[in-house]
Design a protein around this ligand. Structure first.
Ligand SMILES: C[S@@+](CC[C@H](N)C(=O)[O-])C[C@H]1O[C@@H](n2cnc3c(N)ncnc32)[C@H](O)[C@@H]1O
Ligand SMILES: [Zn+2]
Length: 406
């Protein structure tokens, strides 16, 4: 199908992703210098690197649909080229209705064209509105969605409240955040302002980022007497992604906000602990080495994966063949393993740097910890990361012993 004049007035090309073909901006045409980040220079945003994010989304939403065992509706209010919503309608069984939207007129026209290109006019509605306006119009009973997917520039926070209100009971919210400088503690102020929690620049700051976003979702949901469960998350490339299932009810909301608290961190010995005490009551001294401790939060201290949901996503992954299937398998294997592990992880290099030792193999460390009766799991957040209940000084001793016997 040729592109009608009205759909674009800028250079485009056709790409294939998953089972769909789409017209997208020809990124090369918008790159003036080699250092330019072409996706945001184009009049309509398109980033092929996010294919992995979209693939995992397809698997997660399919797992959700299969569990619901009925037809589901999905809203993607920040759609850009339409690629996500078009893939949802094409690749997820049991999704007769998808609503996509973008405030940018060029994006709206291109998304509309792409819907026609894939002959999905009957199943996908394309809107040209402000996302909050659109979501708010769907905040009443019988107008709500089973799933809302927020994939914004930067932070999803401006859209969280209306997205939560636009979800049916037991609905699923998926949100990407690319504003990792605030969330990982490089710029603390915007994180406190937007997410309501203090970040901390630690080796596990990406997990803190997931917990800060999750805490923010739970806090906003609770205002509407809605509880949340964080069923899946991942930290990949330049972004984090959180999947939260909501449940209506004041009691559910009360239960959910019981998961809020703080993570205390000692920059001297790397000890960390969770606390639900208000900050004024925190012990200032590290119980391991006596140094002053810093903190992150309030944030979500509860589970950030549901093991069963991880297994269901992994099962969906065996049913399809994506370009990224290998990477996804690895990620899902790690996520399933770490689902029930303690919060936060040590990064081996960080400890060995402190005590001037070579970095041992991750497998050796995991095995040694288990032999000593500790929990020990790798994590998808970091290839050198270890989730364990062993205290920081015990970790140091263990790494010394491993180095001595190597
Ligand atoms: C990161 S892009 C979306 C990428 C897309 N989801 C994908 O997978 O390729 C964010 C989009 O949000 C749109 N946007 C920004 N503010 C908006 C608003 N207030 N209402 C609706 N759309 C908005 C932008 O025009 C842009 O197309
Ligand atoms: Zn300490």
């Amino acid at each position: 199908m040729s592109i009608p004049e009205s759909a674009t007035d800028f250079p485009t090309e056709t790409v294939q992703e998953g089972k769909v073909h789409l017209v997208v901006p020809k990124l090369e045409a918008f790159k003036k210098q080699p250092s330019d980040y072409a996706p945001s220079k184009a009049p309509v945003f398109y980033n092929s690197v996010m294919e992995l994010n979209r693939d995992i989304t397809i698997l997660a939403f399919q797992a959700f649909q299969r569990t619901a065992n009925r037809e589901i509706s999905i809203c993607e209010p920040l759609t850009s080229t339409g690629i996500r919503g078009i893939r949802f309608a094409t690749e997820i069984h049991g999704t007769p209705k998808v609503l996509i939207n973008d405030i940018n007129e060029k994006a709206f026209k291109l998304a509309k064209h792409n819907v026609q290109l894939n002959q999905l006019q009957e199943r996908i509605t394309v809107k040209h509105k402000d996302a909050n306006c659109l979501l708010s119009c769907h905040g009443a009973p019988h107008k709500r969605f089973d799933i809302v997917d927020l994939d914004p520039f930067g932070s999803p926070v401006p859209y969280l409240d209306s997205a939560i209100r636009a979800l049916r009971n037991n609905g699923l919210l998926a949100a990407t955040a690319t504003d990792l400088a605030p969330l990982c503690g490089v710029h603390a102020k915007p994180c406190i302002r937007k997410y309501g929690g203090k970040p901390l620049r630690t080796e596990y700051c990406h997990e803190l980022a997931v917990r800060l976003l999750s805490g923010c979702i739970a806090t906003l949901a609770a205002k509407h007497d809605i509880g949340v469960r964080i069923v899946f998350n991942h930290s990949t490339d330049h972004y984090i992604r959180v999947y939260a299932q909501i449940a209506y009810g004041a009691k559910k909301a009360d239960e959910s906000i019981k998961n809020l608290g703080f993570i205390l961190h000692c920059f001297n010995c790397l000890h960390r602990e969770n606390t639900k005490k208000p900050f004024a009551e925190h012990a200032e001294k590290c119980p391991e080495c006596g140094s002053k401790m810093d903190y992150s939060g309030p944030l979500w201290l509860g589970k950030i994966f549901d093991k069963q949901f991880c297994e269901l996503i992994a099962k969906e992954n065996t049913r399809v063949a994506f370009k990224n299937s290998g990477k996804i398998t690895k990620l899902l294997t790690l996520a399933t393993d770490e689902a029930e592990a303690p919060a936060t992880y040590y990064v081996l290099d960080k400890i060995t740097n402190k005590i001037a030792l070579p970095v041992p193999s991750l497998q050796v460390v995991l095995q040694n910890l288990r032999e000593r009766g500790f929990q020990a799991f790798p994590t998808h957040f970091n290839t050198r990361g270890v989730r364990t209940d062993a205290p920081a000084l015990t970790m140091q001793d263990l790494l010394r012993k491993i180095a001595a016997t190597a």
